[in-house]
Design a protein around this ligand. Structure first.
Ligand SMILES: *Cc1c(COP(=O)(O)O)cnc(C)c1O
Length: 389
């Protein structure tokens, strides 16, 4: 008898992370799910197959990842994509010309670029609002609004949106609430539990956690909506390969361990930087000085490893970026290794300078993705990098 992990039992997060979506290979007992590297599946007879016909539609390695992340987010359905942006783009294919979306003004630069530079050409319209204030969300909804898309905490300013308040608005106004949970991960925050309809990730970041693939995934509960997304995934084809799916799946096994350490390191580093530079220059929801610290404690069970710091000028930022020895200057986040970046010229380069300034993404802002190295090495590295800044 093959041992089968029963996903319906109330196993806890770390147990689900390691087992959900996976079972020993029936032919060999291999404990790791195989990387099913195939484009097609042989059919037994005309119209008779094992549930797999062509790998754009379905792949067992991808399905294992989808079931695994769905179990972590507390949703019934998961759909993996070739990148976080591929996931957002596919979700937007639920909508049509004339539809209006209310979007957080501080979302990932690539999400803003997709909406503002591409989807507006297809007759969709977007309002970018400060979703920290639920009244601004509500005020932006029009009769044409079909969805709200937000990120909490945001990149790079670590601003929060009250998920319960946003979900209540979505419910009364009959629009979908879509939440980008890339920064918090389901280990610290599960938007579906607050009433979001769809939660998504760039699996490239914390879920994979090892900076060795690009991917995206969404999770939801609604069956008819899931059927439409499955249709879009197959019809539009932004699906991940089995190798990348497998790498993400390997990553989620250690998500709980990694997030605990990212969080422990993040808290110590934010505290130290606040002491060195002044708390008003350090953006981290775990700091008591963060204006939404109470909301952070309410809807997140930890704060993670993302911290932004105001250095006050581009020259200062360049000095810090040039001095670090353990942190590496690179885009991206969420890997075991610590990274440092300059949002204004990197992740937010596609946002017009005036808009960037209005959002608070200054030329002096640097963003840290605190990895899981020994925290004392990270603290020493940052202390010398920020000295005199
Ligand atoms: C990286 C990122 C994305 C885009 O994901 P890709 O995998 O790079 O396409 C979307 N949202 C957030 C918050 C991200 O950090």
């Amino acid at each position: 008898m093959t041992r089968v992990f029963d996903e319906d039992l109330p196993y806890r997060f770390s147990t689900r992370a390691i087992h959900a979506g996976q079972r020993p290979d029936p032919t060999t007992g291999a404990i790791m799910p195989p990387i099913v590297q195939t484009s097609t599946y042989v059919q037994d007879a005309l119209g008779v197959n094992k549930g797999y016909e062509y790998a754009r539609g379905k792949n067992p390695t991808r399905e294992a990842l989808e079931r695994n992340v769905a179990a972590l987010e507390g949703g019934r359905h998961g759909f993996a994509f070739s990148s976080g942006m591929g996931c957002v783009d596919s979700l937007m294919k639920l909508f049509k010309a004339g539809d209006h979306i209310v979007c957080g003004e501080n979302v990932y630069g690539g999400t803003y670029r997709l909406f503002d530079k591409i989807l507006t050409n297809f007759g969709m319209s977007f309002s970018f609002v400060d979703t920290r204030d639920p009244q601004k969300i509500e005020g932006a909804i029009t009769p044409k609004t079909v969805a709200m898309l937000l990120e909490t905490p945001t990149n790079p300013l670590m601003r929060l949106t009250d998920l319960a308040a946003a979900a209540a608005i979505a419910k009364t106004r009959g629009v979908l609430l879509i939440v980008d949970n890339t920064f918090a991960t389901p280990y610290f925050q599960r938007p579906l539990e607050y009433g979001a309809h769809v939660v998504f990730h760039s699996t490239t970041k914390y879920l994979n956690g090892h900076s060795d693939m690009i991917g995206g995934i969404c999770v939801l509960n609604d069956d008819p909506l899931a059927e439409r997304i499955q249709f879009i995934a197959n019809a539009a084809g932004a699906v991940p390969g089995p190798m990348d799916s497998w790498l993400a799946l390997r990553g989620t096994k250690t998500l709980a361990l990694r997030m605990r350490q990212h969080d422990a390191n993040g808290r110590k580093i934010a505290d130290a930087l606040a002491k060195q530079l002044g708390a008003e220059r350090v953006f981290y929801p775990g700091l008591a000085s963060h204006p939404q610290h109470d909301l952070a404690k309410k809807q997140m069970s930890g704060f993670g490893g993302m911290i932004s710091v105001e250095t006050k000028s581009k020259a200062n930022a360049a000095t810090v970026l040039g001095r670090v020895k353990v942190f590496s200057l690179a885009e991206s986040l969420g890997g075991v290794e610590s990274l440092i970046s300059h949002p204004a010229s990197m992740t937010h380069a596609s946002v017009e300078p005036a808009r960037r300034a209005a959002l608070g993404v200054t030329e002096g802002l640097v963003r840290l993705s605190c990895g899981v190295e020994d925290v004392d090495d990270l603290l020493e590295d940052l202390e010398q990098a920020f000295r005199g800044i």
